[in-house]
Design a binder for this molecule. Structure first.
Ligand code: SIN
Ligand code: FE2
Length: 217
């Protein structure tokens, strides 16, 4: 049985919440597909395992990452960028499942961004205590396409800032199955994830996984 802690509040149906002109939270939209997404993630990670990348400043990231699609996000002493090859294997990244592309395009369209065709999906894995510092997604070639972010597993507190780092951040909880889309005037908003609280998710255990779909190349 589903643990009540991770179900939407009683009576809540999946619904669309517009947080800003270009930012939409699609509550629980990915929930029906979660088990299939997790099976895909296992298959992807068998080919391109999760790893802790090193930042250009020399820090090992707490969040473990892998990617699928034509391009994958990488970080090393030379900087952040997208690469056609997984630097771990020297091989192309695993293909992005068609069902993932459809889910991301559907979410983008519901948020008002028709025609989204992602070519990269970064897969982030958080264990309790892991956080993602405030940053902008700006390694993509053009910012016309939105970012589509799918949350699975333990809930996280997401910080949504403004276009300048100094602006105050709103905090929102991203739960299992939630999809957050930001684009247009909000595409370059600063954002981050607070240290993950401990817990045990019925499908993922002590873990949160986030998929971010991007048009990178
Ligand atoms: C990201 O900014 O790349 C990931 C955000 C998240 O984990 O919710
Ligand atoms: Fe990001």
């Amino acid at each position: 049985m589903m643990d009540d802690l991770f179900a939407p509040p009683a009576g809540e149906q999946p619904h669309t919440e517009r947080l800003a002109a270009g930012t939409v939270l699609l509550h629980a939209m990915a929930e029906p597909q979660a088990a299939a997404l997790l099976a895909d993630i296992d298959r992807i990670a068998a080919q391109s395992p999760f790893r802790h990348m090193v930042t250009p400043g020399g820090y090992r990231m707490g969040v473990a990452t892998t990617s699928c699609g034509e391009l994958g996000w990488v970080s090393d002493s030379h900087g952040y960028r997208y690469s056609r090859l997984d630097p771990g294997s020297g091989q192309p990244w695993p293909a992005m499942p068609d069902s993932w592309r459809l889910l991301a395009a559907d979410a983008a369209a519901r948020a008002g961004f028709a025609g989204f065709v992602p070519d990269a999906c970064l897969i982030n894995r958080y264990q309790p205590g892991c956080k993602l510092s405030l940053h902008q997604d700006k390694d993509e070639r053009d910012f016309a396409a939105p970012i589509v972010s799918v949350s699975l597993g333990l809930p996280a507190v997401f910080e949504l800032g403004g276009l300048r780092r100094s602006e105050r951040c709103a905090r929102l909880t991203l739960r299992h199955g939630d999809i957050l889309v930001w684009g247009g005037p909000d595409r370059l908003r600063y954002h981050g994830v607070l240290p993950l609280a401990g817990g045990e998710h019925p499908l993922l255990g002590e873990c949160r996984i986030n998929l971010t779909f991007r048009r990178a190349g």
